[in-house]
Design a binder for this molecule. Structure first.
Ligand SMILES: *[C@@H]1O[C@H](CO)[C@@H](O)[C@H](O)[C@H]1NC(C)=O
Ligand SMILES: *[C@@H]1O[C@H](CO)[C@@H](O)[C@H](O)[C@H]1NC(C)=O
Length: 317
């Protein structure tokens, strides 16, 4: 991927960006889940696509937590308050539809968040696009293309900061000859784990983080996959959401702050955003649910139970 980097040229595709200029006022719309033997995706077509308004509360001592999980949560939002001495259950998708009983929490962690201890500032996230992807997109209805771009580049979507044009055909691959695993939570989780590790590396270096959009062109993963057989559906992979838990909530200019935890199978990072709100991202890679306590130096304590194989962004001021 790196070898293509110097052919950058921001803000390609004026025609495509142009579609975004017209004011978009999407409300929050849930994922249209589709099940494959390998996992769950969210389907978008010209008529429907899922979106999430940023639920960051404006009041002190109130939080919102946005959750996605292997079992089918996709940006599900829970609201609550600090210091109420109760446990907030983030019910998993299969619990919500009563297909399974709740698994006992086998682990518990305590996260100490201190916004006075600061590290690097982020420069945001880049979505890359190549000519071949653009050519494929041309075959899709205009309304669906609009959903694709809104899903990536607007606040109702996952708010990737920049578009970088790779400029030339980096690949002739399309859906048929790339090898996407539909609905692979594992790939999404792996991406989040790597990113968490990278973000938690103590450094003052800042450079935008690159994410490919749509098709996979280097044997890796793509957050969204276009159906090049029917040309009217695209599928948001779990990767779209695990990536979105970062890109949507930690825009460029956010500063990493202290968030300590000692459980090896739970990864945590926290940021103070440009508007002075806090985003704490928690990845549970355990096959069991985990009790998570957040102790924030400004706001006090809150306790959650989070489901197995899930990722959460906790938001508060
Ligand atoms: C980052 O910058 C701060 C302040 O400029 C400095 O104190 C710290 O040592 C730097 N950290 C690294 C890892 O370079
Ligand atoms: C793509 O569309 C074709 C034709 O409608 C359908 O048979 C196929 O299952 C779709 N692919 C996926 C991955 O859903």
């Amino acid at each position: 991927m790196a070898k293509n980097m110097n052919s950058m040229g921001f803000f390609l595709a004026i025609s495509l960006i142009g579609m975004l200029v017209s004011h978009s006022n999407q409300e929050t719309l849930p994922c249209a889940l589709k099940e494959y033997s390998t996992g769950l995706v969210c389907v978008c077509n010209a008529k429907y696509c899922d979106y999430l308004d940023d639920p960051t509360p404006s009041e002190e001592y109130v939080f919102a937590v946005v959750s996605s999980s292997k079992s089918g949560l996709r940006f599900a939002t829970t609201h609550g308050q600090f210091n109420l001495y109760k446990k907030y259950y983030i019910f998993d998708y299969d619990q919500l539809i009563a297909r399974s009983m709740e698994a006992p929490a086998a682990e518990s962690i305590e996260i100490e968040v201190d916004r006075e201890q600061r590290w690097q500032k982020t420069e945001g996230f880049i979505g890359s696009i190549s000519d071949s992807i653009e050519n494929i997109l041309k075959m899709f209805p205009k309304k669906l293309r609009k959903h694709i771009y809104q899903s990536f580049f607007t606040q109702h979507g996952i708010n990737v900061d920049f578009i970088r044009d790779l400029g030339f055909d980096v690949s002739e691959k399309s859906l048929e000859d790339s090898d996407p695993i539909f609905g692979s939570w594992e790939r999404g989780e792996q991406f989040a784990q790597n990113l968490l590790k990278y973000l938690n590396t103590d450094s003052n270096e800042t450079e935008p983080i690159n994410c490919n959009i749509l098709l996979d062109y280097e044997g890796g993963d793509a957050p969204m996959i276009a159906n090049t057989t029917n040309h009217f559906e695209v599928y948001k992979q779990p990767l779209f959401y695990t990536m979105g838990h970062f890109t949507k909530f930690i825009a460029g200019g956010s500063v990493r702050i202290a968030a300590e935890n000692k459980n090896d199978n739970v990864d945590v990072v926290a940021f103070l955003r440009a508007d002075q709100s806090v985003a704490v991202i928690i990845l549970n890679r355990n096959p069991v649910s985990v009790d998570v306590g957040i102790q924030d130096t400004y706001r006090g304590a809150v306790l959650f139970k989070i489901p197995p194989h899930s990722i959460h962004t906790v938001l508060y001021i």
